[in-house]
Design a binder for this molecule. Sequence first.
Ligand code: TRP
Length: 443
Amino acid sequence: MLAPREHWGSRVGVILAAAGSAVGLGNIWKFPYLAGQHGGAAFLITYLALAFTIGISVMLCEFIIGRAARKDPIGAFAKLKGGLWPIVGFMGIAAAFAILSYYSVVGGWTLAYILKMMTGVLVNGTSQELGKVFSNFIENPVRPIIFHAAFMTLTIAVVIGGIGRGIERWCKILLPALFVIILILLGRSLTLPGAMKGIEYFLQPDFSKMNAAAFNAALSQAFFSLSIGMGAMITYGSYLDRTMNLPTSTIWTTSLDTSIAFLAGLVILPAVFAFGFDPNAGPGLTFITLPAVFANMPGGVVFAPLFFVLLAIAALTSAVSLLEVVVTYLVDEKGVSRRTAAWGSGAVMFLIGIPASLSLGVWKDYTIFGKGIFDFLDYLSSNLLLPLGGIFIALFVGWFFSEKALEEATAGGKHRFPVARIWMFICKFIAPLAIAWILISGL
Ligand code: TRP
């Protein structure tokens, strides 16, 4: 006989686990530099609009599919409908491999930077020197891979603990810690002389910058940041109990995720402006500019390691959710033990991560469709697989599962769901059409 399916311990625990998945490198590393590149406030507004219409709706669909089926993404589509639908689940598993392999490389950078910051090596550098430190580090063929292995091992260790005693327990500790750290850093950043320029940049919209590229970036970012489009929330939903109020849980998760992204922007952009850096610096913004900012600022020796601890925590609770998608699949469909599934799939992702890491250094010249392996994995997953997954998930719930979905959303009429019809309309029409339009215009 199979053991009964595990489930989350408490409502707060589930929300923190889902928020832990959502809040990650996407919020603190990607969001501020994307906002920097796409016009600050203009990007923020586009992002908010997409996250709270399409994003939140797709997240609810995922929770519903997961809880209704109580299975991994592939098994869930097979059980609820069959036909070709399980392919959506397969795409999700593929996306999990693609994302976690490079995500863990960046996770390793955060661990390395905690050490670099604690030893004080970086505290006195100019921005050029710090840029060199960063590129030397990520281009090194060995060191980043050791940290990538360390990060993946941590992820595996949490996942082996299981849903309640691994993921939920750690998210309950780490997420509040993250929140406190970000508030401390916010206090520091906002009181820097010259911070106001950064705040203005972030909060005063320049609508001329709201073009197709900005929409595309905001949409991909919404999917990535909310952890939707590949079945992570289907997986987490499959461990939910029948009575939980799903619509309010999605509102909580989306709001927490968006607030942390917003706060990260408010920590990073004022600091960047206060020291006269370029907000347009791209992916290096966090790892180059911020250490420079900390180096120049009173109390930097403390704030710098603290910031990278924050980043590492955020990355870990997200990485865990990516690995859990694959582990749940192997446990549910292949009868593999949780421990074997976690070590096995983690090892494969670690191996795919190696060329991703090398592609930033010694393998710079190998490209797929004109992109290095690292960028290719990122592009393939965030710009293609996740939005595509989102289209099918919304279509599935909107057209093939709508009545049961409404019942599931209200737990059989137990909870009120006043915007049910708006949500259905978004699933049926708005989400698939808008995502398809933004996808096509981005190609
Ligand atoms: N949301 C996380 C971030 O912002 C990354 C992440 C975790 C993710 N699980 C996911 C992205 C599932 C897409 C799908 O960093």
